[in-house]
Ligand binder design. Sequence first.
Ligand code: DGL
Length: 274
Amino acid sequence: MHSDPRPIGVFDSGIGGLTVLRHLLRLMPGEDFVYLGDTARVPYGNKSAETVRLYASQCADFLLRHDVKMIVVACNTASALALDMLRSHHSIPVLGVIEPAAGEAVRLTRSGSIGVIGTRATINSESYLKAISDVAGDRPIAIHSRPCPLLVPLVEEGWVDAPATRLIAEEYVRPLRQAGIDTLVLGCTHYPILAPVLQDLLPNVALVDCGECAAHQAMQLLEPHGESGHVPRLSLYVTDNTPAFTSLASTFLGRRVDEPVRVSLDGPQPVGRG
Ligand code: DGL
């Protein structure tokens, strides 16, 4: 069987894409990965579509210089605003997180009432509305969307268990609870880090982790690669060193990770390790 030894590239505006990488590592242990967190420019979710497209194409170019065989856009905001552009510019597979999550939400809902939380840019793009409607076809589905712009900075700060984070999350999900949703799409890859808080606030609601759904799709697209016992090589890059990144990365990936290498996405790029 032909298998391609090149790594898989993954990017996000910051720490959120690690929630996608976690599932990729679990489902595809034979692969190597290059991860880029654009921590100098996080959050993407409050920026214009033009800016997000520029940032996303710089992230993709960086990963391509590391000879990746596939790019996973581990960011809903970039998936919503830049996926078509990235696909039209690159010949390798470029996978987003929105379509896989939309499919899972439709599969899981019993009542047909689905909540979607995400950044302002993701919610305003109506990408989830379109993707869920496409999958649902004739089935009647009510979609209740809510932008939650304060959650990304809280996660980037590592304020996962802080009472303030719970209060803010509660404020955000209250209207969704009142609307009677039975399924909630965590439409931002930072949010699975807050899944325990969100699940506590919405105990009878199924949470959809878009990263897990995307990782399943990535696995279906690629031939299995690597020997059994292979320890995935993980190269982490950031555009700025943020205090929470390494500690949260280790906790989240369930393994000790090296300090990420800081890179600049502007101008000519030396190809570092990875
Ligand atoms: N984690 C990203 C997302 O899924 C980006 C959040 C942000 O940078 O605002 O949308």
